[in-house]
Ligand binder design. Structure first.
Ligand code: SAH
Ligand code: SF4
Length: 455
């Protein structure tokens, strides 16, 4: 019997950001069209795909751990393992050279259209590998070239159930923040035609989705011809049935007054912005290559709050960037105290191979110092998250139900507010995708408890 036909079961696991989640949906769609089927267990699969993230060192470690854990779980059962995504493009040489890393092929984020061919050749055996060109020491197939044009425009991702659908509106990044691997792993910035984005939103609405999240590494630098990101938000908001529009991640340097105005006045655009600070110190921001200062960041936040008082602001912060002194770290504390973020992801700096910071600086902030700083910021953030959530007690807000959970005979429904807060209510036979008006009764740093209002 033909091996290509029998070895068609795929297990796909995704690591990292929402862009990877979206890419995994693209991969599903491409492989389903080529008659592959997806299974829920590694042990049932002929081909195991890991869609990987290279942004931080621990993401990297997770993938290495996962490959070994999978081989252990397979317990000798033959299966081909392929590494997709950012690690494939960023660490190609290492992956192909490392004989202790038991994988069979790699494919970077711009090569997914060729995956069916690649898998076919892997399954058919060594002689059938595509000509991969250069330095593949283990002779393993790899497709890792980055493209200046690929946006997967014509592929409708195969989404799993849910109320939110991601739509990648741009790919890649040109910013070259000195700590960041994304421009190397995902290539140059390119935006999709607005018509394609709107068509995808219409298709999603017809499929029952009520919320879309527009995605890009630097989403507000989207531009296609005369259409900029604010225009795109307006166009998507005209799609009937799409009730909520979110976007992530914007860059402060591309956050215009017009964008803030659109958020303030367009009722479908949610009043939540993930607004990465990275550092509160202007010298560190400069050597991070972030193109804004502490003062400019605070000015934009003030403007947002003036235009849109209910806006929820969340952020990413890196502590322990090379040369960061105690006083400079205090500037980050100060900005946090001024802004009072609704939530924050706080990371220890980890050097990424090939980035400007890795080439120029020693990772000179001691590990204990990094731990001390992250503990300090997490503590401050916990207080702020609680304070911001407590301020909502007594408010009546709409939520979109995304999960129903039964525990010990008690059923609860969980949804998100416009500001992206997790809100839990006693379930009264609600359906996933229902909009519900609730009054907030109590708050913790991570969620709000509420009661539904009879309408
Ligand atoms: N495009 C987004 C961020 C993408 S990466 C932006 O411009 O903000 C997600 C987050 O990972 C970053 O915001 C940053 O806080 C963190 N990060 C990226 N590289 C890192 C590194 N080398 N060390 C620690 N954190 C890092
Ligand atoms: Fe990385 Fe900066 Fe681009 Fe964000 S904007 S993806 S942090 S280079």
């Amino acid at each position: 019997m033909n091996k290509e036909v029998t070895l068609n079961k795929i297990f796909l696991r995704t690591f990292g950001c929402q862009m990877n989640e979206y890419d995994s949906e693209l991969v599903r769609s491409i492989l389903e069209a080529a008659r592959y089927v997806f299974v829920d267990q590694e042990t049932e699969a002929d081909i195991i795909l890991l869609n990987t993230c290279a942004v931080r060192e621990n993401a990297n470690r997770k993938v290495h751990g996962a490959v070994h854990a999978i081989r252990h779980k397979l317990n000798g059962k033959p299966a081909f393992i392929g590494v997709l995504g950012c690690i494939a493009s960023h660490l190609k040489e290492e992956l192909l050279r490392d004989r202790n890393f038991p994988i069979d092929f790699i494919a970077g984020p711009d090569s997914y259209r060729q995956l069916p061919e690649l898998i076919k050749s892997v399954v058919a055996g060594p002689g059938a590998c595509p000509d991969t060109g250069d330095d593949d020491k283990k002779g393993q197939p790899h497709l890792v070239d980055l493209s200046d044009f690929e946006t997967y425009e014509d592929i409708y991702p195969s989404r799993q159930e849910g109320v939110n659908a991601w739509i990648a509106v741009m790919r890649g990044c040109n910013n070259f923040c000195s700590f960041c691997v994304v421009p190397y792993a995902r290539g140059r910035e390119r935006s999709r035609a607005p018509g394609g984005v709107v068509a995808e939103a219409r298709h999603l609405s017809a499929d029952g989705y009520k919320q879309v999240t527009l995605l890009g590494q630097n989403v507000n630098s989207y531009h296609f011809g005369q259409t900029d990101f604010c225009d795109l938000l307006g166009m998507v908001s005209e799609v009937d049935g799409i009730e909520r529009i979110r976007f992530t991640s914007p860059h402060p340097k591309d956050t215009s007054n017009t964008l803030i105005e659109v958020m303030a006045i367009n009722p479908k655009v949610c009043k939540h912005i993930h607004f990465p600070l990275q550092s509160g110190n202007s010298r560190i921001l400069q050597i991070m290559n972030r193109s804004y200062t502490k003062e400019r960041y605070l000015e934009i936040v003030d403007h947002m709050r003036a235009q849109c008082p209910d806006i929820a602001i969340t952020t990413d912060i890196i502590i322990g960037f090379p040369t960061e002194t105690d006083e400079e770290f205090e500037d980050t504390v100060e900005v946090m105290k001024k802004v009072e973020f609704d939530s924050a992801f706080i990371f220890k700096y980890s050097p990424r191979k090939g980035t400007l910071a890795e080439k120029k600086y020693l990772d000179d902030v001691p590990e204990e110092k990094k731990t001390e700083r992250i503990v300090t910021l997490n503590k401050i953030q916990m207080d702020h998250s609680l304070k911001r959530n407590e301020a909502m007690i007594g408010q009546t807000v709409p939520i979109l139900i995304e999960r129903i959970k039964k525990e010990e005979g008690v059923s609860t429904a969980a949804g998100r507010s416009d500001g992206n807060k997790l809100v839990v209510v006693p379930d009264q036979n609600y359906q996933i995708g229902d909009f519900l008006t609730v009054t907030v009764m109590s708050a913790s740093p991570h969620l709000l408890r509420a009661e539904a209002i009879d309408e």
